[in-house]
Design a protein around this ligand. Structure first.
Ligand SMILES: C[S@@+](CC[C@H](N)C(=O)[O-])C[C@H]1O[C@@H](n2cnc3c(N)ncnc32)[C@H](O)[C@@H]1O
Length: 188
């Protein structure tokens, strides 16, 4: 397997410029491309983005590693349609719920969930599903911008209680200006 180095144009932008461009309401939505810094990308990987929206992150990954298998699911039909329209890379987008992933067991090397976990109605179930579709040794990355202490406590509890995910929560230095971004990294 060949490692692929990150290239300049998809490197993470400083969160400050992201926030400026998108306005204050997006302050708690860290740039999903931040997860690229934590991924060991190489050709042949099978990657799933859960709650992929319009597929921004998957297209960035496709740009980095040409030959790989990329999938994105989201409950929002419009978002999936928009993701499919880009068609600049071969990525499979599907309308599906995180609580019921349409994939077989032990399939993916990586599952990513960026700025989406908060919106999942059944978070415990989503974790079970994420774990189910990961290969043994596969990695789950969950990126959340957390502005409210009550949600942070809830999320901590969900993660700690999950028999499936042992996590080490990390503070992301790049977003230190906000001090609200967490990347949960778990290995199956
Ligand atoms: C803030 S957007 C983030 C989109 C993308 N991951 C990103 O970082 O740009 C949250 C996404 O989660 C999706 N979502 C909400 N509940 C979901 C569920 N149960 N299963 C899958 N996707 C869900 C929404 O439709 C939305 O596209």
């Amino acid at each position: 397997m060949e490692n692929v180095e990150l290239i300049d144009d998809v490197l993470v932008e400083p969160i400050i410029s992201y926030s400026k461009r998108h306005g204050l309401t997006k302050l708690y939505h860290p740039n999903p491309k931040i997860v690229l810094q934590r991924m060991e990308l190489y050709r042949g990987l099978k990657i799933l983005d859960v709650g992929c929206g319009t597929g921004v992150l998957l297209y960035a990954i496709a740009k980095l590693i040409g030959t790989c298998e990329l999938h994105g699911i989201d409950v929002n039909e419009n978002a999936i349609r928009r993701a499919q329209k880009r068609a600049s890379a071969k990525i499979e987008f599907r309308v599906a719920d995180a609580a019921r992933l349409p994939f077989t067991n032990d399939y993916f090397d990586y599952t990513i969930c960026s700025n989406a976990f908060y919106y999942f109605k059944n978070k415990n179930r989503a974790l079970i599903e994420i774990n189910r579709v990961l290969k043994p040794g596969g990695r789950a990355l969950i990126l959340e911008g957390i502005g409210r202490m009550d949600y942070k406590q809830k999320l901590d509890k969900i993660m700690r209680q999950s028999p499936f995910i042992k996590f080490s929560r990390k503070f992301i230095e790049r977003t230190a200006i906000l001090q609200k971004s967490y990347l949960i990294s778990a290995v199956k």
